[in-house]
Structure formats: C-alpha cells, structure tokens
Design a protein around this ligand. Structure first.
Ligand code: UDP
Length: 322
C-alpha cells in the first residue's frame, strides 16, 4: 500500500537516494532539509514529481508537515570534516532534531527509522563489530559531537519505543559511497577519487593500515528499506563486510583511474578508528539481505559522477578567472 513518508536530510547523499527508492515503490514523499550539508542538486531530478514535496526547514525546531505513515530520520552532517566544522549543529540535530521527529511519529502513529552509524562503536576493540557490542567512544574528543549525538539518538529512539510503543527501527550504517557523495566533504572515497581524477597525489592519513569496509549506496538503501518493513527495534548493522586498508583502497582507486601517482602520507587525525568491519549476520538472517556491489564495481559506477564534479570545479575556476 502506498504511504505518505517524511524523510529528513532529504537533500543529503543517502537521504536523496532514499527519496528515489521510496518514490519508486509508489509512495508519497515529503523531504525536508536545511541545506547545512545537503545540496539542492541531489533533488533537482524530483522537482517535477507529483508525489514528491520538499520543504526547507530545520528539524531542531518543532515542526509539523501533517499526518504521515513513516518517518526516516537522515538529517545530520556525516563526514568527519563536516561534523567537526558544524559541531554544535551536529549535537543539536542528533538530540533536538531526533526528539522532534520522534514526536511526529508518536503523534501520527507512524513507523520510525533512524540512520545511526558504526561510529557508535567508536574505535572498536571487538572486530568485526556485532550489534551487541557497546563501543569504545571518547566522549570528549573531536569526533564526540557526532558519536555521542548518534548514541543519544539511539537512546531516544529506544525510549520512544519503550515508553510510547512507537514502531522504531535503528540502522547502524557503515562507510557508504556512490554518486551524490559530496565531492569536497573530506571523506576517503571522495578525496581519493577527486585527487586521482585531478592528477594529484592521493592523501593517505597515517600509514594507511587502518581499515574500513565500503558499501555501495544502492545496497545500503535496499537493506534500509527492508529493515523499515520489519518489527525489529534493536540496532541492525548494514554495510559491506569486505575490509580494506586505506592504502589498498587508494591503490584500487589509482588502478581504476589508470594513474600511477604518488601517495602523500599525512598525519592520522585524533581518535581515527583503527579498524571497522560490520558483522552482518543479523541483517542476513532478518532481512535476507546481502551486499551485491563490491568496491571495484561501485567505484566504476561512481566514476561519471566524480568526473562531472571535477569538470564543474574546472568550469568554476575558469569563470572566476574570466
Ligand atoms: N582518510 C585518508 N585520506 C583521506 C581521507 C580519509 O587516509 O583523504 C582516512 C581516514 O583517516 C580514515 C579513513 O580514511 O582512517 C576513512 O575516513 P572517512 O573520513 O571517509 O570516514 P570515517 O570512516 O573515518 O568516518
């Protein structure tokens, strides 16, 4: 049955892909964003779509867009560079913003799915990360504005289920990439792709032995939509469990673009997790879900997007110079 759905952070990387997926299933979607880190470009293709409506608003203040069947809360700065630049905003959206959207779900009896994160595990001492692990988070370090806001959100979501019986869902999202990732958000995939396409050296922080596990956006969205249709209220990891060192990842990008280029080793940021890999046993069992797109293929699928970003940068520079 077609539903009326609210998506916060709709102009973001994942929010916009989620709008596409839920519209493709025949639903009506109301997207909201305050454009702190989102981009109108990500939604431009939906502006003629009758079942889509967009409202620019800040979810940190109470709001009401009318009755909905479902809420997907995807609003937050998400790259380390962005959330450290917007530290207070990140704390606010992960606390007041989450509570305001939970109130909407409570008021209208809507289901609720919150975009949580592998950052809840901090710099994990349990590997791979299983949902029952409580994490190793520095509560006052530079990443804490994001990690603790996301952990507070999880507590708030769990409480609205416990006290108000809201049908809540918590997805812990591991590193995800694909078209619409902000080209300049400082994340590893966007940095490496942009640098390789510009013919610049690739920046690797530390000695590049730290690991991440990269999920292509269509796999992630598929897992999330499946989770939203269950009665599971406890956190569920969604990610691709194939683990890469950052140096291997840089070499893979170089191979794809066909550049030999240098690696520029730079200092490792404080509290940068040494390892990250999801245990997806639960998602496999509960959702019958499995990632299908491996890193090489996902990078290929993202190539045209990053090429367009580099071309836009060049055009921008030319018009400023003119
Ligand atoms: N990283 C890197 N070079 C870059 C950007 C990031 O080596 O240009 C490293 C970063 O230190 C981290 C990993 O890549 O170990 C992933 O960083 P990202 O910012 O994408 O997200 P995180 O997983 O840390 O939230």
């Amino acid at each position: 049955m077609a539903q009326r759905i609210l998506i916060t952070g709709a102009a973001g990387f994942l929010g916009s892909h989620l709008c596409d997926a839920l519209l493709a299933q025949g639903n009506e979607v109301i997207g909201v964003d305050n454009f702190d880190t989102g981009s109108a470009d990500n939604l431009a293709h939906l502006m003629g779509e009758a079942r889509f409506r967009f409202e620019e608003l800040d979810i940190c203040k109470p709001f009401d867009i009318g009755a909905v069947h479902g809420v997907f809360n995807f609003a937050s700065p998400a790259s380390p560079v962005d959330y450290m630049r917007l530290g207070i905003e990140t704390l606010l959206v992960g606390s007041a913003g989450t509570l305001n959207t939970l109130e909407i779900a409570k008021k209208y009896g809507a289901s609720y799915l919150h975009a949580s994160t592998s950052e809840c595990y901090g710099d994990p001492e349990v590997h791979p990360q299983v949902e029952s692990y409580w994490g190793n988070v520095n509560p006052v370090g530079p990443r804490s504005v994001y990690d603790e806001a996301k952990r507070f959100s999880e507590a708030a979501v769990a409480a609205y289920h416990r006290y108000h019986r809201v049908n809540t869902h918590l997805v812990r999202i591991f590193n995800t990439y694909g078209p619409r990732l902000q080209a300049n958000d400082g994340r590893v995939i966007s940095n490496l792709m942009m640098q390789a396409l510009r013919g610049e050296p690739l920046t690797v922080y530390g000695n590049g032995s730290q690991t991440r596990s990269f999920c292509y956006c269509s796999d992630l969205i598929d897992g999330i939509v499946r989770l939203s249709k269950t009665d599971e209220h406890e956190p569920t990891n969604i990610g691709n469990p194939v683990e890469w060192t950052i140096l291997e990842c840089a070499r893979e990008v170089q191979k794809l673009i066909g550049v030999e280029g240098d690696i520029l080793f730079q200092p490792l940021p404080q509290d940068d997790p040494k390892q990250r890999k999801p245990d997806i046993t639960k998602a496999r069992r509960l959702l019958g879900w499995e990632p299908k797109v491996m890193l090489r293929e996902g990078l290929e699928k993202s190539l045209d997007y990053f090429k367009a970003c580099v071309a836009r940068e060049k055009n921008g520079r030319q018009s400023t110079a003119a």
